[in-house]
Design a protein around this ligand. Structure first.
Ligand code: GLU
Length: 376
C-alpha cells in the first residue's frame, strides 16, 4: 500500500535547512530581511506549538564575499575561509535579531566533519543541542567554514543538515532551496518534467532523477539532497524538499504547496545504529560470500569465515561498508579488527583466530549490535 505525505504538525523536532541563495541577496550584498522575517514567523509558530526547531543556515561564504566585494567566480580555499569569517558573524547576528523579535533566543553552533563523524564528539555535540532545546533556544548551525579544509569538510549544508537531524534525533528535516522538489526529468526547459510528490524509498531510479542541477550560490544540487535523504531516512528522519523562494515557506508546505517528501521506514532503530547508518566516511570495505549475506539479513553477526575480500585502511572500531559477492552494498558496521588482522583472518573459522593472531580477540568481524543491514 502506498503511503501518504505526512503533515508538518505531526512532527516534534524539526531541522530546517536554509540555502544561501534564499538568504543572501548577492547583488546588494546583504541578507534578504523580508523573506527571513516570513520564515522566522513560521518558526515562531512551530516553537509556540512546543516543537523543537533547529536551523541549519548556509550563507556565510556568500554573505562574506558580497560584503567584501570579492570578484565573481570560484574562490580559493583561503579566500572562502576568510570570507566565511566575515559572513558568519553577520549571519548569526541576523538570525539572532530575527528570532528575538518573537522572544526566541538563538544559539550559534559551528561544526566540522569530525564533530559528527567521531562518536565521542558526536555525543558531545548532541548533548549541547539537547540542552539548548531543553532551554527553548533555537540552534543556528553551520559548518565551521573558516577552519574546515577541503579534505575534511562537508562542503554542502544538505548532508550537514541530515547529519545534524540524525544527531538531534529529529523526526523531520526540511530542505529549503531554490528548487521546489525532485523532478522526474531535468526541469530546465523540459515541459514534460513532473514533480515527484512522494518518495517511499531512494532507489537507483530516484538517484538518476537527481541529475546535476546546481544553483549559482549554493554548493548543493539535487544530488547532495538525495544523499541527505539517504542519511536522514536510513536513520528514522523524514525529509521534505521545498522551495524557499516563497514567503512563509513552511506554511506553504502545510497548505499543500509543491514539495517532495522522502519517507523513512516505519520501524525505528537505535540511536547508535542511526549513527552507524549515517556514517559519511567509511574507512574500508568487506566483501562477503552469499552465505554470510543471508546470515546478516537474518540479524546475525558477520564472522571472519564469510569475508572474501578486505579493502581500505581501517582500524578497529572504524566504520566499513559490507558488500555482497555481487558488490552491492548490504550494510555498514563497525569492524572489530584493524585492516592487517582482518586480512589475516578473513575466510578462516573463528576457532583458528587465536592461533593466527596470537591473542583471544572477539570472534565476530562485525558484531550484530554494530551492524546496520540495509532493507531490501
Ligand atoms: N557552509 C556554507 C556557507 O555557509 C554553505 C554550504 C552550502 O551552500 O551548502 O556558506
Amino acid at each position: 500500500m502506498s503511503r501518504q505525505a505526512p503533515a508538518i504538525a505531526d512532527f516534534r523536532r524539526i531541522v530546517i535547512k536554509v540555502g544561501s541563495s534564499l538568504l543572501v541577496d548577492a547583488e546588494a550584498g546583504r541578507v534578504k530581511e523580508v523573506w527571513l522575517a516570513s520564515l522566522v514567523a513560521d518558526v515562531a509558530r512551530l516553537h509556540a506549538a512546543k516543537r523543537d526547531v533547529l536551523i541549519v543556515s548556509s550563507g556565510s561564504i556568500a554573505l562574506g564575499r558580497s560584503v567584501l566585494k570579492l570578484p565573481k567566480g570560484s574562490l580559493r580555499l583561503e579566500d572562502s575561509q576568510a570570507a566565511a569569517a566575515v559572513g558568519q558573524i553577520a549571519l548569526a547576528r541576523t538570525w539572532s535579531e530575527a528570532l528575538s523579535r518573537h522572544g526566541i533566543q538563538a544559539g550559534q553552533v559551528l561544526v566540522t566533519l569530525g564533530d559528527t563523524e567521531e562518536r565521542r564528539r558526536y555525543l558531545n555535540a548532541r548533548s549541547t543541542l539537547d540542552k539548548m532545546m531543553e532551554w527553548g533556544v533555537v540552534p543556528v548551525i553551520n559548518e565551521n567554514d573558516t577552519v574546515a579544509t577541503n579534505e575534511i569538510r562537508y562542503g554542502d549544508n544538505d548532508r550537514l543538515a541530515a547529519r545534524v537531524a540524525t544527531m538531534a534525533s529529529a523526526d523531520l528535516l526540511v530542505l529549503l532551496s531554490d528548487i521546489d522538489g525532485l523532478y522526474d526529468a531535468p526541469p530546465g526547459g523540459n515541459a514534460q518534467a513532473r514533480l515527484v510528490p512522494l518518495v517511499e524509498r531512494i532507489t537507483p531510479e530516484i538517484e538518476a532523477m537527481a541529475g546535476v542541477a546546481n544553483s549559482e550560490l549554493s554548493r548543493g544540487g539535487m544530488q547532495t539532497k538525495i544523499e541527505a535523504g539517504k542519511i536522514a531516512t536510513s536513520s528514522g528522519t523524514h525529509m521534505v524538499i521545498a522551495s524557499g523562494k516563497v514567503e512563509h515557506p513552511i506554511t506553504a508546505i502545510e497548505d499543500g504547496g509543491p514539495c517532495t517528501w522522502f519517507l523513512t521506514p516505519a520501524n525505528p532503530i537505535t540511536s547508535r545504529k542511526r549513527w552507524i547508518a549515517g556514517t559519511l566516511e567509511p574507512r574500508g570495505t568487506l566483501t562477503i560470500d552469499a552465505g554470510a549475506a543471508a546470515a546478516l539479513r537474518m540479524g546475525r553477526s558477520l564472522l571472519p569465515a564469510g569475508v572474501i575480500r578486505v579493502d581500505g585502511q581501517f582500524s578497529r572500531g572504524d566504520a566499513v561498508i559490507v558488500r555482497g559477492p555481487d558488490t552491492a552494498e548490504i550494510g555498514r558496521g563497525l569492524v572489530a579488527f584493524d585492516v592487517e588482522d582482518a586480512e589475516k583472518i578473513r575466510g578462516r573459522s573463528s576457532s583458528d583466530i587465536m592461533s593466527i593472531l596470537g591473542y583471544d580477540g572477539r570472534v565476530e568481524m562485525i558484531h550484530r549490535d554494530d551492524l546496520v543491514v540495509n532493507r531490501d
